[in-house]
Design a protein around this ligand. Structure first.
Ligand code: AMP
Ligand code: ZN
Length: 114
């Protein structure tokens, strides 16, 4: 989608610090990390938010979570644990309107989500 910053990252028009890539999924380091580990995992195809996931995306969503697990293992923080966050819409605090999952870790995070 035009004017979508994450679509531009997928197309290579904006640089990113890639952690993982395949034909459907891209993971890269967040430009403004909120924890020592802060990785974003996105579908390459433009899906605006969780509200826009379609039944045909069921397999892709499962693959995204298996990819999160694999990234945690490969990057060496699976055992110590981490948090996966998806912000949806205005009340959810979503700033980039291309579906993404934050992986946060590298320190003991608070027990309260909000
Ligand atoms: P959200 O508030 O859930 O929409 O999160 C958007 C995230 O995207 C924020 O954590 C930003 O720091 C991050 N972000 C925005 N632009 C870039 C970029 N060019 N490269 C990497 N991360 C970005
Ligand atoms: Zn997009």
């Amino acid at each position: 989608m035009e004017d979508c910053i994450f679509c531009k990252i997928v197309k290579g028009e904006i640089p990113s610090n890639k952690v993982y890539e395949d034909d459907e999924i891209l993971a890269f380091k967040d430009i403004n990390p909120l924890a020592p580990i802060h990785i974003l995992v996105i579908p390459k195809k433009h899906i605006t938010s969780t509200n826009d996931i379609q039944p045909e995306d069921e397999k892709l969503m499962g693959k995204i979570f298996l990819t999160i697990k694999q990234i945690a293992k490969k990057e060496g923080f699976a055992e110590e644990g981490y948090r996966v966050v998806n912000n949806c819409g205005e009340n959810g605090g979503q700033e980039v309107n291309h579906l993404h999952f934050h992986i946060l870790g590298g320190k003991k995070l608070g027990t309260k989500i909000v």
